[in-house]
Structure formats: structure tokens, C-alpha cells
Design a protein around this ligand. Sequence first.
Ligand code: FAD
Length: 423
Amino acid sequence: MTARVHVVGAGVAGLVAALALARGGHAVTLHEAAPVAGGRCRALPDGTDNGTHALMGANHAALRFLDAIGARGGWVEPEPEGLPMLDLADGSARRIAAAPMAWRDPALRPPGMSAGGLFALLGMALPFTDRPVGVALAKHPALLRGFVEPLTVAALNTPVAEASSARLGQVLRRLGSAGAARLLVAREGLGPDLVAPALAALRDAGATIDLGTRLRALTSADQRITALHMAEETITLDPADAVVLALPPWEAAKLIPGLRVPERHAPILNLHFARRGAGPVRFVGIVGGLTQWVLVRPTGVSVTVSAADAESEDSAEALAPRAWAEILRAAAAFALPGDWPEPPPPCRAVKERRATPRHAVGIAPVAPRMVMRNMALAGDWTWPGLPATIEAAARSGEAAAKAIATRLPRPVAGAASLRRVNA
Ligand SMILES: Cc1cc2nc3c(=O)[nH]c(=O)nc-3n(C[C@H](O)[C@H](O)[C@H](O)COP(=O)(O)OP(=O)(O)OC[C@H]3O[C@@H](n4cnc5c(N)ncnc54)[C@H](O)[C@@H]3O)c2cc1C
């Protein structure tokens, strides 16, 4: 009898875990409540990304996964010369390097960078204290405004008044090595450049993919999961079967009584403008307005507003003209190619109210990797070494697959490749 692993949740964490297990020769079924895979990294029915997602060169597990599914070539570096940043307050437009090594070139240094500012950043990179980022950088307001705040809000999805300097330190420590601060985005979108190749790789490895099936409850006995109660059926597990639960924290908490999970979340708002235009993919930062980041693709222009506590209550009609006016200033400041008409093109607002946990000062609950003898947890919130990001999700998926694989009967040698031949 072949043991089967049921991976529940087809976000990045579940996709990574399922592929590692299926390529390891194990029988895998991936169950997903939504009609599409990808979770918070999904494409909407019209092909638009749920929200703009950026990776950094330091995101080794995420890039490993893109390599594993043959999708690495779809992720491009839009701003290799440094991130273009416009400050709306004084109209200053400059390129900033996120990598400290590149700050040897004064032209690429963040505004307000001084020896004292560098020292303050080093202080955050060393994990001795935890305080709000805004407090840690209070003596360096220009550096905070022009570099640290945009980085904090993007990476931690938490306003600097409450964001944890220790959490930001986890990010800063990773920016030091060569290539670590390269920023990458999907050339076409999350659908073609992440989700579709991941599902194709899973099918190729023999996994079964079950979309539109919600896990409602679990039954356990003797510290083992014995049944999965899906919306439409109950799946009884054989004694050797196993489960990877790759769910957001609030769903995991519903299914596992007593599990401690992050309870406070922060929203991310994306505005997608239907502006078409030839030219390369571009990525521009804006300080001092509504818009934080602008992704320009030939198929559209997307605005990201992280930690959008206030803005997520506003309508697209109210937000679009404000954001578009800011985009026009950025397009002029950085001579973005193509036509930039005065009236805003049609705009769609996508609000993810629980985009990530809030990474505030204080100790976050640490999730156990194994919660039963045959069930592992995965998900961005379960990886303690990073804020909740694609990288954290990918690492958690790898770790869950590894933890489960050691408890499974050894697969028949070559099982995965045999299935591929027979498929
Ligand atoms: C708008 C936005 C922008 C972001 N930008 C970035 C970025 O630029 N860079 C970055 O690194 N990260 C970014 N993130 C964070 C990143 O998307 C997440 O960290 C990552 O996608 C989490 O993956 P996951 O697999 O842990 O969880 P999820 O993606 O939430 O996956 C969980 C899956 O489980 C499914 N599910 C839930 N309940 C059940 C159930 N009962 N039964 C079956 N299935 C269930 C869900 O439908 C979902 O598909 C962003 C997030 C958002 C929302």
C-alpha cells in the first residue's frame, strides 16, 4: 500500500510542499478551497494579479521553487540601475540601491544617509533590541522617510509607528550578500509566471490537484489525523498517510483547537489601471502620497498600498484619481515611455484585508512544524526567521515536506518518473 500525503492549501507554501513530496516519489493530493491555486499569490479571473508581488535576490527558497517549476525566466529585474524613487513633497527624483554595498556610490545612497544613520541601520540588523522602527530611526527622519519607511511598509506590511525593528533586522541582514537586493517581478503576471507552471510541474510529478474543495474539520486519534472532512466528502486516512496543512493562520486555528496563531493582520490595497503601452516592465517607488509602488507592464499599471488601514475603506472611484495624478508625476520624473493621458484609465481596486500578519514589536507566536504524528504545518506565518512573505511561505513548505517525508514509508525507487512516463 502506498502512503498518500494530503496537502491542504494551494498557496505558495502548499505548492512548494506538494512538489517536493511528489518529486520525492510520494503519492500527493493537493486540496484547495478556492477554484484557483496560488492563494494570496493568485491571478484573478481576468488574469490580473491579485496584488503586485516582488521578490528579492535573497529569496533563495522562492527562486529555487521558480527554478524547480521552470518559471525563473519569467521573473525580470525591472530596475537594475537602482530603484527610482520620487518624493512628492519636494519633487526630488533619484535612484536608490537597497544593497548596502552599492552605497559606496554616493549617487545610489538613500536620502539622509549619514554615518549615524548607517549605525542605526546596523543596530536594527543586530537582534539585541526590539522597538518600533519609527523610534529606532527617530534621529534620522530623512533616512526614515526616503528609505526605511518604504522598505518597512513593503516588507513588514506594518506602519513604522508599530513595526518591529527586530523583524526589519531579519530583512536587513539578508541584503548584504552579492545580488541579494535585486528586485524581481513577474514579467506577465502571477498566473503565467508562477501558478500555471507550478500546477503543470505537480501534474508532471504525478500529483492529484483538487480545486474547489474546502477542508471543514479533522478527526484524530492517538495523535494522528485519521480523517479529513472536506465540504463534500470525508477522506479516511490509511495509517501511513500524512497531511500538510498549508493554510492561513485563521483557518489553521479553526481546524486545530488551541493552536496559537497571529491574530492581527494588515491590509494591502492594489489599484489596477487598464493602461496599455509598449515598453519594458518598470517599478517605481513614491513617497509622500497614497501610492507606494507602481508596476508598469505593457498590459497595465498597478499601484500597491501596503499597511493600507485607512485606504482600504475608500472606493476605487475615490482612490483612482489621486493615485493616477501621482503616477503621472512619476512618469514625468523618470521619463517613462509611452502615453500617459491626463484622465485616469478604468481602475479596479483589489483589497486584501488580511494580506499578512502585522509585524509589530513583541514576541510572535511560534508555530510547531509537526502538530500531530502525521501532520505538519506550513504557511508564511509559520516561518519564524522572516516576515510573512513568499520566501517565508516557500521555506515553510520545504520544511513541512522534509518533516513529513522522514515519517513516510520509503517510496518505491523511481516512482515519480514511472508515473510521468505512464501519464
Ligand atoms: C496584495 C498582496 C501583496 C503581497 N506582496 C508581496 C510581495 O511583494 N512579496 C512577498 O514576498 N510577499 C507578498 N505578499 C505576501 C505573500 O502573498 C504571502 O506571504 C504568501 O503568498 C503566503 O502563502 P501561503 O501559502 O503561506 O498562504 P496563502 O497564499 O494564504 O495560501 C493558503 C491557501 O489555503 C487555501 N485555504 C484556506 N482555507 C482552506 C481550507 N479550509 N481548505 C482548503 N484550502 C483552504 C486558500 O484558499 C489559499 O489558497 C503579498 C500579499 C498580498 C495579499
